[in-house]
Each structure stands twice: as C-alpha cells, then as structure tokens.
Design a protein around this ligand. Structure first.
Ligand SMILES: N[C@@H](CCC(=O)N[C@@H](CS)C(=O)NCC(=O)O)C(=O)O
Length: 221
C-alpha cells in the first residue's frame, strides 16, 4: 500500500495515545493531515467520526481507504508499511518480534490498561467516572510493582530496546512510562533515563508540538 503525499489522515489531538501515532509519523518522515479532535469534547461522538471509529475514541488513522484504530496497532502498521529505508528499527527475526511484542503488551496491558487508565479515570476524572480511592491505590501499587520489575532490564538498555535505533515498541514503552509519571507514579532512575532519551529525539519534539497544536483547521494543513 504505497503512500501518496497527504493520503494519511490522523484524527486525535492532545491525547497521550494520539501522541504515539504523531511520533511514529514524525520518525518516519511522513506527511499527514491532522484532524485535531479531542476526547470528552463531543468531537469523537459525531456521525462522521463514529463512521471512522465506532468506539468513538482517538486516535484513528486513515491511509487512503484503510482505516485503523488502537494506538499500538497504528504505530506498528506505520513502521511495517513505511519503515523500509528509514532510520527506525524493525524486528529481524521471530525472536526479535516476540521480544518487541513482550515489551509492547507489557506496556499496553500491565501498565496502560490495567493500571494507568484506571488511575486516570478514577483519580483525575472523578466527575465523569466516579472517585474510587481504593481502586486507585491498588492500581498505583500494581503499576509501581510492574515498573520496578522491569527497571533492571531497562537499565541494561543502552539506547533503545534493539540498540541505537528506535522501534515501535520503544514508542509504546516510552510513552507509557511517561503516562505513569504524569499520573504520579514515581519512575525508577533507569526508566526515567530511558524515557528522557526517547523524549529528546527531534521527531518526538515535533510530534509533541503537533499533537498539541489546535490551531490547524479541521481540513488539515
Ligand atoms: N486502546 C485505545 C484507547 C484510546 C483511548 O482511550 N483514547 C482516549 C484518549 S487518550 C479517548 O478517546 N477517550 C475518550 C473517551 O473515552 O470518551 C488506544 O490505545 O488507541
């Protein structure tokens, strides 16, 4: 599926999960139209957007006729579809793919889904989802335990999971560790250093700026 310039459209602004997709697009040097809709504004509930993503969540990617939701699926799709000939890393064997999956599912399940989203909803958005201090305390403890369990392995990482090049799994892991810190889970030093290294990349910085740029009109730029 060859990309023609501006055939890619990304829906989703401000969101931490949309940021993952902006970052992948910037690492790959892909031009894209940006539809800066935000969660909890009603913008994900329109008939037009619901047609793209019936789950009414961001992010959502359109690549020509191909529409994809779920930030980890989108990041992996972009790396696989457009990574050849670029400076990003793609797993080279079944074992490397399994290692990438191990880190990715850990970040998405143990951290993002099992604990961070729960903290987000029941500590920082109680007016929508209800306050639940016991569930939040349990999720915080669980999240910290999981992060501490992998901190020694992250300390062994010199730059990124597969060496000096960034992989899709790095985008998922670094953004999720950053969510944890934003949600007041204290990161061990090795995790902070890994996140800081990834977040200092020029592609991350430009992606982050675009994710937060609500100035672009809805017809893209
Ligand atoms: N598993 C999805 C989660 C997407 C998600 O929860 N997005 C949030 C913003 S970060 C959202 O759209 N929330 C709006 C809502 O729940 O109504 C992914 O990783 O893409």
């Amino acid at each position: 599926m060859a990309a023609t310039e501006n055939s890619i459209i990304l829906w989703g602004a401000i969101s931490l999960r949309a940021l993952r997709v902006h970052w992948a697009l910037h690492e790959l040097g892909l031009a894209y139209e940006f539809r800066p809709i935000q969660s909890r504004t009603g913008e994900t509930l329109t008939a037009e957007y619901s047609g793209h993503n019936p789950k009414q969540k961001i992010p959502c990617l359109q690549d020509g006729d191909f529409t994809l939701t779920e930030s980890p699926a989108i990041v992996n799709y972009l790396f696989n579809a457009y990574g050849a000939g670029t400076d990003v890393y793609r797993p080279q064997s079944a074992a490397e793919q399994a290692r990438a999956d191990e880190w990715s599912y850990f970040a998405m399940m143990e951290l993002d889904a099992h604990s961070l989203y729960l903290i987000r909803r029941h500590k920082f958005l109680p007016e929508i989802y209800g306050a639940s201090p016991i569930a939040v305390a349990s999720a915080e403890e669980y999240c910290l335990k999981q992060i501490n369990a992998v901190a020694p392995a992250i300390a062994e990482i010199e730059a990124y999971i597969f060496g000096d090049k960034l992989s899709a799994a790095d985008i998922l892991l670094a953004t999720t560790l950053n969510f944890a810190e934003r949600y007041e889970v204290e990161l061990p030093e090795s995790c902070r250093a890994y996140r800081d290294r990834a977040y200092a990349r020029p592609a991350f910085l430009s992606a982050n700026a675009r994710n937060e740029d609500l100035g672009e009109n809805l017809n893209g730029s």
